[in-house]
Design a protein around this ligand. Structure first.
Ligand SMILES: Nc1nc2c(ncn2[C@@H]2O[C@H](COP(=O)(O)OP(=O)(O)OP(=O)(O)O)[C@@H](O)[C@H]2O)c(=O)[nH]1
Ligand SMILES: [Mg+2]
Length: 383
């Protein structure tokens, strides 16, 4: 895909990447006890920015019970942010949350640089990583859903935030009052979404037919799921000898790879698919419905956890939340504690205390492979 609507520039050397300041609200109230904490969330936002080809130069965090409805952080912090972006010459600000269109406008007016949110960043990464026509189509649908309520009539939001395939074109060369332009943009986007949805339906039907064919052959299906970067693709390769793309970036895989494989004596299909993340944009969950159906229609979910992540337990909870949301909450699950080659043994113990049936393994070294195969075959036979 052309790069004009991308926030970052993954191909550029680090020194030439666009620079960003992160902006977060640290809630001191009860929410802080249940969530992963601001530190973990910010570290993840930093990785997302890095994956998107941006260079993070600084961050601004404010303690407050909840985000300010007008400017996300309070007025004093906005001044601080403006001074910081001025001093560092940062190209944009990324808020760790979802901003309302009003918050974006107010912040941009006062800070003087582009302001985007976590959702836009994730959409941008998806746009860059989608390879197949189905993946691209789903990403564009998600982008349109994100853009529609954020159109400004001046054509700005189109090319500024995430943008879709039509980013540069829509709204260009249209004269007239802002209201009319806004209406034209809206109509074009809706029209485009209708076309895309029609194609998506056709692709979903094809997926459905393939699933039915596999079901007729009585071959059970296993869907590999888990948090992004947990090692899902590496595990698929380890289990099936496939050559799925393994990368130390977030959302390397967007398009499902299906492999037929014999696990011990059981023949099954194994699908590797898109990873999950905290606050996975609902626009993406909606748009990726047909891809995610591979998970909800599978016979077994192989849930891969990066045991070496300090927030592994919280990642498990996040994945369970998304599985529930996509209607896969009732599919039997086998948990794999991956990356034990780099995990302190006491962490693995703690995870196994919480999830006694989980199988420790390493997709990298192959450790635990036999136990995993045996557990997988046993679960499939039990079916
Ligand atoms: N040390 C170690 N690294 C691993 C292991 N499994 C995967 N990795 C590394 O973790 C990173 C992510 O692996 P992937 O297989 O791409 O992860 P994924 O879950 O498919 O990630 P997305 O598709 O981006 O959601 C890569 O750098 C892998 O080399 C493991 O068992 N041990
Ligand atoms: Mg992957």
């Amino acid at each position: 895909m052309a790069g004009q609507w991308l926030l970052g520039n993954g191909g550029a050397p680090r020194g030439e990447r666009p620079t960003a300041v992160l902006l977060a609200v640290h809630r001191e109230d009860e929410a802080a006890d249940t969530g992963p904490g601001t530190e973990v969330s910010l570290a993840e936002l930093r990785r997302l920015a890095d994956t998107d080809g941006l260079s993070v130069v600084d961050e601004v965090v404010q303690n407050r019970p909840r985000p300010d409805p007008a400017t996300f952080v309070g007025s004093g912090k906005v001044d601080e942010l403006a001074a910081l972006t001025e001093r560092t010459g940062a190209d944009l600000v990324i808020a760790d949350g979802e901003l309302s269109p009003g918050q974006v406008r107010n912040l941009e007016e006062r800070v003087g640089v582009r302001v985007v949110d976590r959702t836009a960043l994730i959409l941008d990464i998806f746009a860059e990583h989608a390879r197949t026509s189905e993946g691209r189509l789903q990403v564009e649908l998600a982008q349109i859903a994100y853009q529609l309520p954020r159109l400004r009539g001046d054509g700005r939001s189109m090319s500024r935030v995430g943008g879709g395939r039509m980013a540069g074109g829509a709204g260009m060369g249209v004269r007239g009052p802002g209201e009319m332009r806004l209406e034209t943009q809206r109509r074009r986007l809706r029209h485009r979404a209708t076309t895309l949805r029609r194609n998506a339906t056709e692709l979903a039907r094809r997926r459905q037919r393939n699933r039915e064919r596999r079901a007729r052959n009585q071959v059970p299906s296993v869907a590999i799921t888990g948090y992004t970067n947990a090692g899902k693709s590496a595990l698929l390769n380890r289990l099936t000898g496939a050559d799925a793309q393994v990368q130390d970036v977030l959302f390397a895989t967007l398009d499902p790879t299906v492999r037929r494989v014999r696990v011990d004596d059981v023949l099954c299909t194994v699908t590797d698919t898109v990873g999950f993340v905290r606050h996975l944009p609902h626009q993406l969950v909606d748009a990726f419905r047909s891809t995610l159906d591979e998970v909800s229609r599978s016979d077994l979910v192989l849930h891969v956890v990066d045991a070496s992540a300090p927030d592994a337990l919280d990642q498990i909870t996040t994945v369970h939340g998304v599985l529930h949301e996509i209607g896969a909450g009732d599919v039997p699950e086998l948990l794999v504690l991956n990356k034990i080659d780099v995990t302190p043994p006491e962490w693995v113990d703690a995870l196994q205390r919480a999830y006694p049936e989980a199988v420790p393994a390493s997709a990298l070294t192959g450790a635990g492979g036999n136990e995993l195969r045996a557990a997988l075959a046993a679960r499939l036979r039990r079916r």
